[in-house]
Ligand binder design. Structure first.
Ligand code: ASP
Length: 465
């Protein structure tokens, strides 16, 4: 017999079905037993006229039974399968669950984080988290559809690569074939996506994993996922329009509540004067209560800033005491190109950079790039790089920009935070399947761990204690 899903049972009254799933609830009385069976589609009540003595909560079972209509006054309101129950004829235990280290019932907010992450596969069984996972999947699907419809191509870029600066420290990976040399994990696909513009792709996107070694905050690990976009021959307004369309369409697809109308566009100067911070909230109290998502663009960011001496990555990137505010590849507004080339008025130079904020969070960031090799050299010179150091760091970009690279720009939109808001959650961890702990340990599996002596030998690495 083929398996049916619990959700299908109301349309199968009078037939015998085979169901497979988890025992969510179990009540064994003297003559009858009640069992709530859960599968990916939902749950249904099953009844046996005998004792289901060998069952435990969260065991995986297979049940064969007849679908029976429940009497009118016993219909369970608010349940998709509330009109029926399954009269169990036979059952099989497919995997018996021992005593559970954490409960699967309930929303789980009150369980300590360490246990939730150690047994994340149990935690993810709970209704709230399985819905969050599904929401994330539906959202990413809608994003892909919107971008495909707008003529974009999905392209993968390498994970083992050379460093690309996004203002964090790199995670580096030793090479066994070339001892003493290292790859970096991508802080973003920034350089590759620009090289794809040089390759004539014109419209690129990727659901990209990015890895940044930054100080962990309560809800953030080292990895995140972003919708990474790059496009050629478009003005800043046109790039933003692509992204705005994508955001609106994909939020609509998951029935999210978005403030109607065009996203307002403010300048960096305006928002600092008005809100004191570029992560601001434009919602009214009423909109906050209704859970509305209110987006706004911020434009005209400064290109450079003074290095924050507490920030090691910034200190390393900006040897001159100056570094980029967002991205070293951002372009400069036409009026300030002269200053940029000459390295003058550094604190006044404005970049063709934009951020997207929503409900007080930065959701994404992007720019129309600098595809003029002289200006890009000037950026690195301003940060204190010698011509040789610049060549070693971004010589490949400079070369590509001398071989027919169209004007281009793009953006990255963080998925974790947006799905968090869509799900009405307060922590990123609630929408990341296997998040990291605050101390940087992985969930379920144990990392980081010490390498084996033979691995270190292969890599020519000695660990100092
Ligand atoms: N590379 C930037 C980031 O990952 C986004 C962009 O400028 O496209 O934040």
């Amino acid at each position: 017999m083929e398996r049916s899903l619990t959700k299908e049972t109301p349309s199968l009254v009078g037939t015998t079905v085979k169901l497979q799933g988890w025992v969510e609830n179990l009540r064994i009385l003297s003559k009858v037993s009640f069992l709530d069976l859960r599968d990916r589609s939902g749950k249904v009540q099953c009844i046996a006229e005998f004792k289901l003595e060998d069952l435990t909560i969260e065991s995986v079972v297979e049940i064969e039974g007849e679908v029976i209509k429940r009497p009118e006054k016993m219909v369970k309101e608010g349940s998709e399968t509330g009109t029926v129950e399954i009269q169990i004829k036979s059952y099989k235990v497919l995997n018996k669950a021992a005593a559970l280290p954490i409960p699967v019932a309930g929303d789980g907010y009150d369980i300590n984080e360490e246990s939730r992450l150690k047994y994340r596969y149990l935690d993810l069984r709970r209704d709230r988290l399985s819905k969050n996972l599904k929401l994330r999947s539906d959202f990413v699907r809608a994003v892909r559809e919107s971008l495909y419809n707008q003529g974009f191509v999905e392209v993968e870029t390498p994970m083992l690569t050379a460093p690309t600066k996004e203002g964090a420290r790199d995670f580096i990976v030793p090479s066994r074939m070339q001892p003493g040399k290292f790859y970096a994990l991508p802080q973003s696909p920034q350089q590759y996506k620009q090289l794809l513009m040089a390759a004539g792709v014109e419209n690129y996107f990727q659901v990209a994993r990015c890895v940044r070694d930054e100080n962990l905050r309560a809800d953030r690990g080292f990895e995140h996922t972003q919708i990474d976009v790059e496009t050629s021959f478009r003005t800043q307004e046109e790039v933003r329009a692509v992204m705005e369309k994508m955001v609106k369409e994909s939020i609509k697809a998951v029935k999210g509540n978005i403030k109607p109308g065009d996203f307002p566009v403010l300048t960096y100067k305006e928002v600092i004067e008005k809100f004191g911070d570029d992560k601001f909230d434009i919602r009214t109290e009423e909109e906050k209560e209704k859970g509305i998502l209110a987006f706004a663009w911020v434009t005209r960011y400064p290109m450079f800033k003074k290095v924050d001496k507490e920030d090691i990555a910034e200190v390393r990137d900006g040897k001159s005491g100056w570094t980029f505010t967002h991205n070293p590849f951002s372009g400069t507004i036409a009026e300030h190109k002269e200053w940029h080339l000459k390295g003058e008025h550094l604190d006044e130079i404005e970049a063709t950079q934009y951020d997207l904020v929503c409900n007080g969070f930065e959701m994404g960031s992007g720019s129309v790039r600098n595809h003029d090799p002289e200006l890009l050299r000037a950026t690195y010179k301003i940060m204190g790089y010698s011509p040789e150091e610049t060549e070693a760091s971004i010589g490949h970009m400079l070369k590509a920009f001398e071989l027919g690279t169209p004007p281009h720009g793009g953006m990255a939109l963080g998925i974790d935070r947006l799905v968090m808001l869509l799900a009405g959650e307060k922590s990123l961890k609630e929408v990341i399947p296997f998040p990291m702990t605050y101390s940087g340990n992985t969930s379920v599996m144990d990392a980081p761990i010490e390498a084996k002596p033979e691995q270190l030998k292969d890599l020519g690495i000695k660990v100092e204690k």
